[in-house]
Structure formats: C-alpha cells, structure tokens
Design a protein around this ligand. Structure first.
Ligand code: ADP
Ligand code: ZN
Length: 728
C-alpha cells in the first residue's frame, strides 16, 4: 500500500546494526520518533531485536514498503557523531571487516544505551586513618579511582565485606551511586604543573599549538626512557582540557598500571576514565556513557578504546607506539596505532605517538616529512645512559645446565652487595620450553597445536601457550614408557629463578610473567614491592619492559639476547632491538649508574653491536635499507590470507583453489599457499598466502575481487590480515 505511506509521510532510515554484516538495512521511522542520523536505535532483524545506529535517510528503498519493518525504539543517548561513523566505515573498508562488526566495537556495552537504575558502588573517601594490612588492600584496589560493587571489591581486595563496611564507617571508603559518578568529569589542567626543561618545553609548545589550532597533525615524540615524554604530553592534555575537548590516551594493556593513574591524578586532580579488558560490564557502562555524553574528559585505554563514540575528541596520544600489542590479531584484525592516526585525520585533530624505540614505519613517516619529529635526547635529571656490554657465551660459558654466565654472576654479586637491584630478562614463561625423552628422543607436544608444551614448576603441569591446554607432568615418557628419562631443555624464567636461588640463597627473588601476575591487582602490588625495595632480583618476561620506573635497578642481565632473532619474521630484528633497548632502559635511572649485560652466541650480530654502541637510528637506517631492497613494508604493502579449518585435506584444497585463482597483476606478488609455521592451533589446520604489492595499489579491492571468485565452504575460514605483524 505505497500510497498510504506517502499520506502519513513516513521516512525510511538506513540502520547499521551491531552484527557482523556489511550493509545497512532499511526501516520505517514511526511517526513522531524524530530520528536523526547517528541516533542509537533498536530494530527488528529476523526473529530478534538488535541495536544499531541510524546511518542515513535514503530517498527510496529496494524493500517494498509493505514488507518494511519499523524502528522499535530510539535510545536516549546523544547521537553518534559523524566522525565516529566515518571512522567505522573507514576501518571496515581498510581492514576488510564487516561494518556492523566494527560498529559493535563502538557499541560494545549494550546496556549502556539504557538509562541505568541506581546501584551502590564504593570509591575512596576523603578521610585518612592508620590502616591495617587488610584495609590497605582495599585502598590499593580503589586507588585507580574506579567505583566497584561491594562483592567485586571484596573479591579483588581478597577481604571480607565487613572490612569494607568498617572503612565506610571511618569515611576512608565512600558509598556512591555507581552510575551517577561520571569518571574524569572535571580534571584541572592547572592542578599541579611541573616546570619543563628546555627540550621538553620546545616539544610541548609544538603540540600545544597544534591542539589549539584543532587541525590534523601527527607527531612522533621520541625520547629515551625517563626523558619526560609523559610530562610533555600531559601539557598537551592540559591545553586540550582548556578547550573543553576530550583526550584519548592509548596504552598497551599491560602498561596500564595504577602508578600511571596515580601520576595522572596528581597532575590533574582526578583519575582518568578507564577502558581495559579486566573491567566489569557495569564499569564499562559508566565509562561508555561518560565518553558518549562528553562528560568524561580523559580516557586511558587499551586499543579498543579507540572505537568509543567520543562526543568531542580533541587529542589522541598513543603511548609506546611501537608496541606489538596495538595489533589486534583476532576477530577484526586491525592495528590500533595506525587506526588512531586515521581517526585523528578524520577528526582533524593532533595525534602524538610516543616511543623510545619508534617503529620503522613511524620513523619512515618522519623521514618522509609526514610526521613532526619531537626529540628529547636526555634523561630527566641528567641520569647517565646505562653502559651496555656484550657477553659472548662462547667464551664466558655458564656451567652445564645453567644459563647465567660467570661474568654476569659476579656483577650480580657486586650489585647485591651494594643493596641495589638486579633485573634478569628472559622472554619465556614457565620453567622450560621443552620436555624431551633421553631414551627415545620424544618431544612432548600439544595435541592441538604445533607447539611444545612448556613445563611450569609452580603448577607441576605442562602448558600450551597457544591454546591453554595443560597436562600433569608425566612420570614416564608418553612415547616409549621409560621412567626417569624426561629432561627439561632450555630455560624459562622459573628455571632462572632456581639458578639465582642457588647462587644467592639469601636474595629476595621475584618472577614477573603474565601467568604469575594475571591481574592488574597483582601487577600493581609487584611493582610496589620493587619500588619500595622489598625485592633484590627480578626475573621477568616482557611484562617488565613497559614504561615502569624502578630507580634502584642498576644491573640488567639479558639471559638470551638471541631469542627474538629466530623465527624468520619480517620484523624479528626490529622487535628484538626494541625490546632489548627497552629492557636496557630499566637500568640506572636517577642518581645510580646502570650496567647492562647482553648474553649472546652472536656477538657480531648487528642488533648486539648497535645496542652496545647505542646507535638506534643507525640500526633503523640499515633495517630500512634492507626492507627497501626486499620490497617490504614500509616500502610496499602486505596482506596475509589465513585459511583454517578442522579438516586438513579440505583446508589445504581450499587454500590451493584460492592460490590458483590469484590475480596476475603488475606490482603484485603472491607467495603460497604454504603450511603456516604454526600449522595447527586449537585443532585447526592453517595455510597461509602472503600478498605483496606496490604501495600505490588498492590491495583491499584486489583481494575482495579475488576472493569473490572462489567458493569457500562454511567449514573453512579465510581471514584477511592487512599489514600483518605476525607471520606464524
Ligand atoms: P618517559 O615518559 O619519557 O619515560 P617520564 O615522563 O616518565 O619519562 O619521566 C621520567 C621521570 O622524570 C618521572 O618520574 C617524571 O616525573 C620525572 N620528570 C620528567 N620531567 C620532569 C620535569 N620537567 N620536572 C620534574 N620531574 C620530571
Ligand atoms: Zn595447544
């Protein structure tokens, strides 16, 4: 009955729903709903009702009016602004993801659209009293400024609810309405300003100017650890706050510690709004609403915070821009650092990438004149850079079945005698990466992955670090049945801890690895133990490499500097250099001189030599030249197709079919299909195809056309990874 439709003048709206679908669906707008583009709505989709956002008002629809359904409800939330909508479209197009799935990242808390019912939560109050151990734990948990429900707080602080109630009585903890409290509503740009050094002032001034101009302007804030990069971007944040706009600070998830939040609070008077994976849905809801309403001014978050629907964003900071954690490898595959630059471009605002070891991509953008380079060459307070020494393990041999060389051991002894701290770095969790049978040579592998099981002494189990599979340590070889024949091969952090205990029985040792410090809570208290000198030797994986400040560590030993170099990854040497440089940067801040020892079997290797010579830019220049010659990023484009399925033959056949359908175009090279290095993960077989293309080619369009010609059975999954970081 189309005439009826005209008579009552109903409008058609195109709605993008938060489901993995690429196109919008048309709905009728019920009379009087008053919809605008960007409004959040509930619409029927098949048998369900789903949330979505009004993407536009088309003049006509392919759906006949008689079949068209109506919008069920409009939510009382400010509409998603145009920049966020364009960003969703852009991210979907670039990463070859469904637009609806990208929208789902922006509307990730469905309950946030509904007006919340009052709910009691607890925050720190204003009173201070002497606290007992249990009470301290409560205060520590709450020190990130986030409100928590009673049960949550009691669980996280590991105390009974009566402890909390007592604190409430004393005014140390306060009850509030969880949803009434907008996080980071009134940060004060002038709360506690620090006087900047000349270099810092110069860098800050340029960002501040860009903030006040409100135009797209990418910066690389490049300075050694401890040079005051954070202080500099705090000034830019202050300026942005003066203009009334919002700020987003992206951080790698594990760098998001309470010490940063405390530091932020002492600069701006309130804690920032947070966004990370260990938040509860209720907490996310509070942050989401604060962001969408424009009431929360500064948001500190892990990569997905980039997709929140900011009401009025004025500045983005990407801390530790080189960090691999910015690449999301599952679901929608995207690089948050690159997408942050895109968002800033769409939003016409400045974006600041910070690092002590910038990625080659970013530095190339500086060399090409696209990003402004801000440099802070010196550590704040004039602390010397640490001295880096190469220990050649072929000469300075550790004892049999040991991993600390005699020279490093002596240096540790000297350091401990001075009551300073030692940090040993080994990027490997657990006790030993491989268990081998001496009798038959059998290696214990994961039944579901192409991976050895890693022995964890703490749990007496062997674990798969890819799928989470674990088994009790076997008493006899699962293959030949021999007893007492299984040996641990190679070291993990737990094994190094045993060795250190053997050398220094009185030393207080701490192991820092993601499986040991699996909550923000444990990480925070571990960091406090180190800072307050309750630990002598820290043995850690990459969790220790991130921006923490440990003034008493003066000796850093890198157990296996060669570890990151194997594996044939495009960025293996670059990443290896970055992580070793960062770990080295933990040594000797403030008054104490630091010493770093690199244990290696490849003393001549470029990474070692350039690290010892402290020649980062020289290293990257050589690296860039090699990439240019190999026609690799950042001088060419790459995309990976990962074909996976439970049936080995079917998966291989699909990969071969895709391979045969590959385009033959100039400036394009197709490598594969080939079995992935991790051939099986979680029981799925994996084949890979690598697409290498000239920079000017539209690689997405080419892949879309190519895959459009191939029929892919539903049992096989083909995922496209644009600008891949992982090659396994
Ligand atoms: P980065 O982010 O480059 O690692 P930070 O900003 O964390 O460096 O600075 C290292 C330390 O030096 C911090 O404790 C910081 O408070 C201090 N600091 C840096 N600049 C100043 C300054 N201008 N005034 C006072 N303290 C400073
Ligand atoms: Zn596994």
């Amino acid at each position: 009955m189309p005439f009826l439709l005209q008579e009552i003048k109903m409008r058609i709206c195109a709605v993008l729903v938060t489901s993995p679908m690429g196109k919008t669906y048309d709905y009728l707008e019920p009379e009087g709903m008053g919809l605008e583009t960007g409004d959040y709505v509930l619409v029927p989709l098949g048998p369900r009702a789903v949330q979505g956002v009004v993407w536009g008002f088309p003049d006509a629809s392919e759906v006949p009016a008689s079949k068209m359904k109506s919008v069920i409800q409009k939510y009382d939330v400010p509409p998603m602004d145009e920049t966020t909508r364009s960003f969703v479209d852009w991210v979907a197009q670039y990463n070859m993801a469904q637009r609806g799935a990208v929208l789902k990242m922006a509307v990730s808390v469905p309950q946030a659209l509904e007006p919340p019912q009052p709910l009691t939560g607890y925050i720190l109050g204003s009173k201070v009293i002497d606290l007992n151990e249990m009470q301290k734990k409560v205060v520590e948990v709450l020190s990130d400024g986030m409100a928590r429900r009673l049960s949550e707080l009691s669980k996280q602080a590991e105390v009974g609810t009566s402890v909390i109630k007592t604190l409430v009585k004393h005014g140390v903890v306060e009850a509030v309405d969880l949803f009434a409290k907008v996080p980071c509503a009134n940060p004060d740009p002038d709360f506690a300003h620090k006087d900047l050094t000349a270099d810092q002032t110069k860098a800050a001034a340029q960002i501040v100017e860009a903030v006040s101009k409100a135009a797209f302007h990418p910066f690389l804030l490049d300075g050694v650890t401890g040079s005051g990069k954070t202080e500099v971007y705090f000034e830019a944040i202050a300026e942005c706050l003066r203009t009334g706009k919002q700020v987003l600070i992206l951080m790698p998830e594990i760098a998001l510690s309470n010490s940063f939040i405390t530091r932020f609070s002492s600069r701006f008077g309130v804690a920032p709004a947070l966004w990370h994976s260990s938040m509860t849905p209720a907490q996310r809801r509070v942050t989401w609403r604060g962001v969408a309403m424009g009431a929360s001014k500064v948001i500190v978050g892990a990569r997905s915070a980039l997709f929140l629907p900011y009401a009025d964003l004025g500045l983005i900071v990407v801390d530790e821009e080189h960090d691999a954690a910015y690449k999301q490898e599952e679901g929608i595959i995207y690089h948050a650092r690159d997408m942050a630059v895109v968002r800033a471009h769409i939003q016409k605002i400045p974006v600041v990438l910070t690092s002590a070891t910038p990625s080659l991509e970013t530095l190339q953008n500086v060399w090409d004149g696209r990003y402004t380079h801000l440099q802070l060459p010196d550590r704040y307070g004039g602390a010397d850079k640490p001295e880096i020494k190469i220990l050649d393990l072929r000469v300075d041999k550790p004892e049999r079945q040991h991993f600390v060389s005699p020279v490093l051991r002596d240096e540790m002894e000297l350091t401990l005698a001075k009551h300073e701290q030692v940090l040993l770095f080994l990027n490997r969790r657990g006790f030993a990466p491989l268990t081998l049978c001496r009798t038959c040579g059998h290696r214990i592998e994961c039944p579901k992955c192409t991976a050895w099981l890693v022995e964890h002494k703490r749990t007496h189990h062997l674990h798969c670090h890819h799928c989470g599979y674990s088994m009790k340590e076997p008493e006899k070889c699962p293959s030949c049945g021999d007893t007492d024949s299984l040996v641990a091969c190679g070291p993990g952090v737990e094994r190094i801890a045993d060795e250190v205990k053997e050398y220094f029985p009185d030393a207080r040792i701490m192991v820092m690895a993601s499986d040991v410090l699996d909550t923000h809570q444990k990480l925070t208290s571990a960091l406090a133990d180190i800072r307050e000198g309750r630990v002598d030797v820290i043995i850690g994986t990459q969790v220790i490499a991130k921006g923490h400040h440990f003034p008493q560590i003066t000796c850093v030993g890198i157990i296996d500097a060669d570890l990151g170099l194997s594996g044939g990854d495009l960025r293996a040497t670059e990443h290896s250099f970055q992580i070793l440089h960062q770990v080295a940067g933990r040594a000797g801040r403030e008054q104490l001189k630091g010493h770093v020892y690199l244990q290696t079997y490849n003393a001549e290797q470029r990474v070692m030599q350039m690290l010892a010579a402290d020649d980062r830019d020289g290293f990257l220049a050589v690296e860039a030249e090699e990439r240019r010659r190999a026609h690799m990023p950042p001088f060419a484009r790459l995309a990976a197709l990962v074909i996976s399925g439970s049936n080995e033959t079917v998966t291989r056949d699909v990969a071969l079919t895709i391979g045969r359908a590959a385009p033959h175009a100039q400036g394009v090279r197709i490598l594969g299909p080939a079995q992935a290095q991790m051939y099986r993960i979680r029981g799925k077989y994996r084949q890979r195809i690598l697409v290498q293309a000239d920079k000017k080619l539209d690689i997405q369009k080419m892949i879309a056309e190519w895959l459009g010609h191939v029929k892919i059975p539903s049992s096989v999954r083909v995922s496209v990874d644009i600008d891949p970081q992982s090659f396994v």
